[in-house]
Design a protein around this ligand. Structure first.
Ligand SMILES: C[S@@+](CC[C@H](N)C(=O)[O-])C[C@H]1O[C@@H](n2cnc3c(N)ncnc32)[C@H](O)[C@@H]1O
Length: 247
């Protein structure tokens, strides 16, 4: 084999993987996203405290389903251990779930961690079971049809007075996806200095290939179609939004 050929082959495989695997960046390493969180580049701090405020009035104990939970670092900030009866988290990234298990150990609660697709997990979730279905920055990876299934299945698995808490990137009303991709990636290029240039390139590539955000109105319509007729915006920082949807 010519010198360097195997390295070129590996690079081509990586490029192919990045385009075909919507969670490539999360599957291969959790480190880049950990930097995004610790530098508050997606406003986790403000959004987490808005969600905590909402749930403060509900002493629980609550059955919580966390879809696309990542490292689950947010849960201990949002809920006190005494507020949780049961926590089920799912994510496609085994790296993220390893970190999540560690983070949740400290809470001393019963957890069920699944390395599975969130729509598949939702479809198998028991009827009338969860008080809170939480999803942070994961829904935008699904197609619009899958997002509808997400809300329909959330409604089915929620108990009376339960709620969906959705944290996600959303288009501005009237904004197109190409305009969003340009603006978001411009922000990554100019403001995400905490990442190395290589990490920024990876993030931008991920966003171009895997981000399919909707406007708040479209999301509200999908929720409403599923019978979640009351909605409330909890927080918004640029495209980063937190919403609560109730039956
Ligand atoms: C941007 S991270 C968000 C992690 C965490 N929820 C948060 O709020 O910081 C998106 C997570 O969703 C996961 N994910 C994407 N698509 C998924 C799917 N279809 N099913 C399960 N997890 C998925 C990724 O592996 C990744 O861990």
């Amino acid at each position: 084999m010519l010198p360097g050929i195997d390295r070129i082959t590996i690079k081509l495989h990586n490029i192919f993987d990045m385009k075909s695997d919507p969670i490539y960046i999360f599957r291969k390493t959790w480190g880049t996203y950990q930097k995004v969180i610790s530098n508050n580049l997606m406003f986790h701090r403000e959004i987490t405290s808005a969600v905590k405020k909402l749930l403060k009035s509900n002493p629980g104990p609550l059955n919580v389903l966390d879809l696309g939970c990542g490292d689950a670092a947010h849960i201990s900030k949002i809920l006190d251990p005494g507020q949780i009866a049961e926590y089920c988290g799912c994510d496609l990234s085994p790296y993220a779930l390893d970190v999540a298990r560690n983070n949740l150990d400290a809470l001393g609660i019963r957890v069920n961690m699944l390395c599975r697709d969130m729509v598949a997990v939702l479809k198998e979730a028991p009827e009338n079971h969860f008080d809170v279905v939480y999803s942070g920055y994961a829904l935008h990876h699904l197609t619009t049809e899958e997002k509808q299934t997400f809300f329909t299945e959330c409604r089915r698995t929620l108990r009376e007075n339960g709620c969906v808490i959705l944290v996600d990137v959303m288009l501005e009303e009237q904004q197109s996806r190409p305009a969003y991709l340009d603006s978001y990636n411009e922000m990554v290029a100019t403001r995400w200095e905490a990442l190395t240039p290589h990490e920024r390139d990876q993030v931008q590539e991920h966003i171009r290939n895997c981000d399919f955000p909707e406007t708040p109105t479209v999301i509200q319509t999908l929720a409403s179609n599923a019978g979640l007729t009351t909605s409330r915006r909890l927080e918004k920082y640029t495209w980063h939004e937190a919403w609560c949807y109730l039956a």
